[in-house]
Design a protein around this ligand. Structure first.
Ligand SMILES: Cc1cc2nc3c(=O)[nH]c(=O)nc-3n(C[C@H](O)[C@H](O)[C@H](O)COP(=O)(O)OP(=O)(O)OC[C@H]3O[C@@H](n4cnc5c(N)ncnc54)[C@H](O)[C@@H]3O)c2cc1C
Ligand SMILES: *[C@@H]1O[C@H](CO)[C@@H](O)[C@H](O)[C@H]1NC(C)=O
Ligand SMILES: *[C@@H]1O[C@H](CO)[C@@H](O)[C@H](O)[C@H]1NC(C)=O
Ligand SMILES: *[C@@H]1O[C@H](CO)[C@@H](O)[C@H](O)[C@H]1NC(C)=O
Ligand SMILES: *[C@@H]1O[C@H](CO)[C@@H](O)[C@H](O)[C@H]1NC(C)=O
Ligand SMILES: *[C@@H]1O[C@H](CO)[C@@H](O)[C@H](O)[C@H]1NC(C)=O
Length: 597
């Protein structure tokens, strides 16, 4: 299959997505509904057999853990009659899998499920256990001769309860050479939470949340006390937004309720629709509780283990240790003055809309607006400093252009809380899951808006036309001032002089052969090159970046990389943690990465 065919197949999907609708229940709702088109007939399966896991190598560890080691099976296993992995065919369970195939709430509960399903399979061999995402009941995906394979899913896993569990796992890995993987929610776009042949550590049960009016990080003087919310490593965004609201607090959260609030999201940076106001997730951390690969159970904050604190604030998940909990700064409940824009025919007005956005966005960011723009859809921007009357005056030029020139609808509302903003403008499931989706990212510096507005528009038009979904996250911490007394973070400094974090991506069908997948990867990398060329000294957000991002260490971390590398060597001298393009990774030729394309 050629790349153009894949793009066409996906554009069936994108015409129905990226659409901002006025849903009856939430009038300003910002929803991207996943439309499932008719199945494309194809009986090819491209499956090869693999060996079942050898049971005995886990026996001693299992006994040490009191029999808590679990055998893992792929999410869609019950749908397959032919299989070379554990588990059994089960019609009833298969029905539930099919019904929940594209549902993040269902997927997040299963260890053997990954949101971007390319990470369930072994892409290099096309051994997989996936359904047809366009039509999960299509028997071509799961009837013989289609075979369910373990793919890159960890063979066995442990639901982590405490520090001792993690210490046991590190000791086991050091003695046996068995690699470890850490899975929280399975949202990672670079497959860093699944790894073939590994022992999986699943953190999702660490889901306690508590609030302290006067949280003092360990080793800090009492004068450092601040309101803080302590969250277990498995807490997800939906939980934290509700908890905060019930306690009269504001705790910003990512766009998807099932993304982890603490895991890879946070350690990689963590942007939310309001991060121009509250900073990135890493800007709001007061303390991490972590078990390092050397087996130490540590608390890292601005007063102790400050090197580790720096590294965990942007250096990425699965690199410096297993985080058990984090305490984040809590803010008082506040209202959000919010502008929403929708269009009657969004694709038709894309070019003038982009001109408008490029002309105004630096000023908007400077004046504290933060939000999300879906190209070919609509946008929202919010502000906590301007009241409704001031915002109406300020945004009059936007309102004018939208209503008079762009045939769109402009709304301005004051929402009483972050929960209300989250429910009304931030979709419950903004980005589709259950699909093999490749993404790519670029941070667009303020100076590009001034020096090359036309080139920026044309590159974005090109990218939008050739990818499944292009989002301009207008939520970089451009005007956010880091809190006094907090040390530096390790995300790329490009975040802080950028106005947009642009993401785009593409995907493939359930039966796309390996060569076709390869072509999609190449296409995604080439398409984002348009923005890389325009912003040569900038970078990308590694949590939403191209799997094959060129020059990745400087792109993800800028001049912080050298320090991250030395901290990695200090806390993980035996190299027990490794993941794709993580700090000090062993490289693509290492056998642990044999499933990558
Ligand atoms: C639908 C969707 C929406 C998204 N929305 C946003 C968004 O609004 N803002 C944003 O910034 N990003 C967003 N992302 C990207 C997100 O940041 C990444 O997917 C991130 O990897 C998710 O972290 P996780 O812990 O939930 O997922 P996982 O895939 O479980 O883990 C991600 C990485 O962190 C490691 N890890 C997880 N837990 C721990 C732990 N306790 N200790 C050590 N390492 C750990 C894993 O090993 C893996 O390397 C989104 C992604 C998707 C698919
Ligand atoms: C661990 O032991 C328990 C109890 O005997 C068993 O149910 C489980 O399947 C074992 N796990 C593995 C990975 O063998
Ligand atoms: C997803 O699954 C959850 C849990 O079963 C359910 O409550 C929700 O309605 C489902 N969402 C959709 C869009 O079907
Ligand atoms: C605005 O969009 C509506 C719906 O598509 C269409 O009927 C109408 O003609 C458009 N108006 C203009 C001025 O383009
Ligand atoms: C998009 O960019 C590519 C690569 O530069 C170029 O070949 C192509 O012509 C462009 N397409 C459009 C529609 O501008
Ligand atoms: C990688 O990026 C850095 C910083 O932008 C740049 O100095 C360096 O030349 C780049 N290296 C390559 C091989 O592109």
């Amino acid at each position: 299959m050629r790349t153009t065919d894949l793009i066409i197949a996906f554009s069936l999907l994108s015409t129905a997505k990226g659409v901002v609708t006025d849903a009856a229940a939430s009038p300003h709702s910002f929803k991207l509904d996943l439309h499932v088109p008719n199945p494309i007939p194809n009986t090819n399966t491209f499956l090869r057999s693999s060996k079942p896991p050898a049971a005995n190598k886990w026996a001693v560890l299992n006994a040490t853990l009191g029999g808590r080691l679990q055998v893992s099976q792929p999410f869609a296993r019950p749908c397959f009659q032919a299989s070379d992995t554990v588990g059994a065919f089960n019609q009833g369970t298969c029905g539930a899998v099919q019904a929940g195939y594209l549902n993040h709430t269902v997927r997040v509960q299963a260890f053997g499920s990954f949101m971007n399903t390319e990470w369930e399979g072994c892409q290099a061999t096309s051994e997989q256990c996936t359904l047809d995402w366009q039509n999960p009941v299509n028997p071509a995906a799961f009837s013989p001769p289609s075979t369910c394979s373990q793919g890159s899913i960890a063979e066995v896993f442990l639901e982590v309860k405490n520090a001792a569990d993690v210490q046991t796992a590190f000791k086991f890995s050091k003695q046996s050479g068995v690699p470890l993987s850490i899975k929280n929610t399975g949202h990672d776009y670079s497959g860093r939470s699944s790894q073939i042949g590994s022992l999986g550590l699943w953190t999702h049960n660490l889901n306690s949340i508590s609030f302290s009016e006067k949280f003092v990080p360990k080793g800090c003087p009492a004068s450092k006390a601040l309101p803080g919310v302590t969250q277990g490593a498995g807490v997800v965004h939906g939980d934290i937004v509700n908890f905060a609201d019930a306690h009269g607090l504001t705790m910003p959260a990512g766009a998807d309720n099932t993304v982890g609030a603490v895991g890879g999201f946070l350690m990689g940076g963590g942007h939310t629709p309001v991060s121009n106001i509250y900073g990135l997730g890493v800007d709001r951390v007061l303390e991490f509780e972590v078990v390092t690969p050397t087996g130490k159970h540590l608390f890292a904050n601005d007063c102790q283990n400050t090197d580790l604190f720096f590294a965990l604030r942007g250096g990425g998940g699965a690199t410096f240790g297993v985080v058990l909990a984090v305490t984040m700064r809590a803010f008082p409940k506040t209202s959000f003055t919010t502008v929403g824009v929708t269009f009657n025919n969004a694709p038709a007005v894309l070019s003038p809309f982009l001109d408008l956005l490029i002309g105004h966005s630096v000023q908007w960011a400077t004046d504290g607006w933060s939000g999300v723009i879906v190209l070919g859809g609509g946008m929202f921007l919010t502000n906590t400093k301007m009241n409704q009357a001031a915002a109406a005056k300020y945004m009059a030029p936007l309102q004018n252009a939208v209503e008079k020139q762009l045939n769109g609808t402009f709304t301005l509302v004051t929402l009483p809380s972050y929960l209300a903003l989250h429910q009304n403008f931030i979709t419950s499931q903004a980005v589709p899951v259950g699909i093999p989706l490749l993404t790519s990212s670029r941070l667009i510096p303020a100076n590009t808006f001034k020096s090359s507005p036309t080139q920026l528009r044309d590159a974005l038009l090109n990218i939008t036309a050739n990818s499944v979904e292009t989002i301009l996250f207008a939520d970089t911490p451009f005007s956010f001032k880091p809190f006094a007394g907090t040390g530096p973070t390790s995300v790329t400094p490009a975040w802080r002089n950028s106005i947009w974090h642009v993401t785009s991506g593409n995907g493939w069908l359930f039966n796309t052969p390996t060569a076709g997948k390869q072509a999609v990867y190449t296409g995604v990398t080439e398409l984002m090159q348009l923005l890389r060329d325009l912003t040569p000294s900038s970078g990308a957000y590694h949590n939403e970046a191209d799997v094959h991002e060129p020059n990745f260490s400087s792109s993800f971390w800028g001049n912080n990389y050298a320090r991250l590398l030395s901290i990695k060597r200090k806390y993980d001298p035996d190299h027990l943690l490794d993941c794709w393009r993580c700090v000090n990774w062993r490289g693509a030729s290492n056998a642990n990465f044999r499933c990558y394309l």
